[in-house]
Design a protein around this ligand. Structure first.
Ligand SMILES: N[C@@H](CCC(=O)N[C@@H](CS)C(=O)NCC(=O)O)C(=O)O
Length: 208
């Protein structure tokens, strides 16, 4: 297999890039980063040189240009089964996939009202009822997976795709001071102390 290259956006801005990057680093897969700054006049043209999707992240390997964070995660889970990026139990795996798909396709109001960024102490706008509902939905997904897996660490035991999918949401909650319910604080702390997450935050700090 030829080396993997991962095209990502700015560490400060690109929540979709973060998900794919986290999975690669957590699975201990060697890869090279190619960074394309977002929101620049040349951004679109630079991404299009690699992928017709015009979006980041993109994983390059063996003549493939895989766009879309979730497709990248699935590809990595198949290529590196030893990394156990999905849980072994078939029922838990189905729920983890459903949660990842729901995150990937949804939470639009939450994502619109609370844009991604890594600064802290931002003033949250007046949250709409839909956003409040979506925040509670995130918490109920976390509770469901933790209860089913009986995990005291990540959502399904060890770090997996589903944790990567939700990491940017947790970072949004911290950014805008959205309170994490007491029973979910151990999970939030586990995720925040996951070395690859700390590594991304450090890279983002250096970017400023
Ligand atoms: N569904 C895509 C969304 C990718 C996406 O929207 N990426 C943003 C960066 S976080 C992007 O490439 N924006 C560039 C643009 O829209 O010009 C995924 O999961 O990868």
């Amino acid at each position: 297999m030829s080396a993997i290259k991962l095209l990502i956006g700015d560490y400060q801005k690109s929540s979709w890039s973060l998900r794919a990057w986290l999975v690669l680093v957590s699975a201990d897969v060697p890869f090279e980063v190619i960074q394309i700054q977002l929101e620049q006049p040349q951004t679109r043209e630079r991404i299009l040189a690699y992928s017709a999707s015009g979006k980041l992240p993109v994983l390059l390997q063996e003549g493939l240009a895989i766009n879309d964070s979730l497709a990248i995660c699935e590809y990595l889970a198949e290529q590196y089964p030893e990394a156990r990026l999905w849980p072994e139990d078939v029922g838990l795996r189905a729920l983890a996939r459903a949660a990842s798909a729901e995150m990937h396709a949804g939470f639009i109001q939450l994502r619109t009202q609370l844009p991604f960024g890594l600064s802290r102490g931002e003033l949250a706008p007046q949250l709409s009822a839909e956003t409040e509902e979506q925040i509670q939905r995130v918490f109920s997904i976390w509770r469901q997976l933790l209860a089913r897996s009986r995990s005291v660490a990540f959502l399904c035991g060890s770090f997996g795709v589903v944790d990567a999918m939700f990491t940017p949401l947790l970072l949004r909650f911290l950014r805008y001071g959205i309170a994490i319910p007491e029973d979910l604080k151990p999970y939030a702390d586990t995720l925040l102390l996951h070395p690859p997450v700390l590594q991304w935050l450090k890279l983002a700090e250096q970017e400023i």
